[in-house]
Design a protein around this ligand. Structure first.
Ligand SMILES: NC(=O)c1ccc[n+]([C@@H]2O[C@H](COP(=O)([O-])OP(=O)(O)OC[C@H]3O[C@@H](n4cnc5c(N)ncnc54)[C@H](O)[C@@H]3O)[C@@H](O)[C@H]2O)c1
Length: 249
């Protein structure tokens, strides 16, 4: 897959999955905008891509702020003249009993994870609508949109909302040739992969824990112009974990 000449924005690309996704597109010829609230990690990722011969820019953006998102889209278009792909990846989790979760904490998780997807998609669509080829958006949800551990209410609600927001946007923007799809990662190790236990890998039907590259490949599938018939889809990338029936003995 080549993304030569494509302009790709990845939110939350300062580390983890977002960084992996940004690097994967850059390795395939894209101009990548690293959108991140942490200036240090955001700059470091853009510089590292440039150091490897790729094209990347860092734009500071706190996805909770409407003005930051508007500036991100304006600045990206000013820099590269177009925007082909948006990966809405930035997210936070907060695990706390629902009895103790405050309204401020709830709002922070929902605004970071899901209101940002609405705002960034709305703003980027203004640019993509002017492009005859349209564009493609991928929203990163989670398998926690489908199943839960205790004390994950705000995160689960935000990730479930991303799944339904994605198909709603796909339908609204279909006539503008803007495709919108959703990826739900399972366990994606963004730290020291070698520190994982055999048990961690074996509990996955696929036999291993996931990596950011697994999510990057799903994003590239959805945003490849050849896959123009794929929109409104939700792809679970979890090594089969959510398909595994568990009986406790
Ligand atoms: N790692 C996993 O196992 C996993 C599983 C399912 C879903 N996800 C989802 O994938 C996405 C990335 O996860 P990750 O594990 O790489 O997380 P991470 O915490 O390692 O990285 C998240 C990045 O987003 C940035 N960010 C947070 N709030 C932001 C804001 N308000 N504005 C701009 N940037 C902000 C952080 O600074 C960080 O660079 C998240 O949406 C997460 O919910 C991850």
């Amino acid at each position: 897959m080549s993304f030569k000449g494509k302009v790709v924005i990845v939110t939350g690309a300062g580390q983890g999955i977002g960084r992996g996704v940004a690097e994967a597109y850059a390795n395939r010829g894209a101009c990548v905008v690293v959108a991140e609230r942490n200036e240090q990690t955001g700059n470091a990722v853009a510089e590292s891509i440039q150091g490897m011969g790729g094209q990347a820019s860092y734009i500071r953006c706190d996805v909770r702020e409407e003005e930051d998102i508007q500036r991100l889209i304006l600045e990206s278009e000013r820099l590269y003249g177009r925007i082909d792909i948006l990966i809405n990846n930035a997210g936070v989790s907060r695990f706390k009993s629902p009895d103790e979760l405050t309204v401020e904490e709830w709002d922070d998780v929902l605004n970071t994870n899901v209101r940002s997807v609405f705002l960034a998609s709305r703003e980027v669509a203004k640019v993509m609508k002017r492009q005859p080829e349209g564009g493609a958006i991928v929203n990163i949800s989670s398998t926690r949109s489908l199943m839960s551990e205790p004390n994950s209410e705000a995160y689960a609600a935000s990730k479930g909302a991303i799944v339904s927001l994605s198909h709603a946007l796909a339908v609204s923007y279909g006539e503008n040739h803007i495709r919108v799809n959703c990826v739900s990662p399972g366990w994606i190790e963004t730290g020291d992969y070698s520190a994982l236990r055999d048990l961690d890998h074996r509990q996955h039907p696929a036999g291993r824990v996931g990596t950011p590259e697994d999510i990057a490949r799903a994003c590239m599938y959805f945003t490849d112009p050849d896959n123009s018939f794929v929109t409104g889809a939700h792809l679970v990338v979890d090594g089969g974990m959510t398909r595994k029936m568990i009986y406790e003995e």
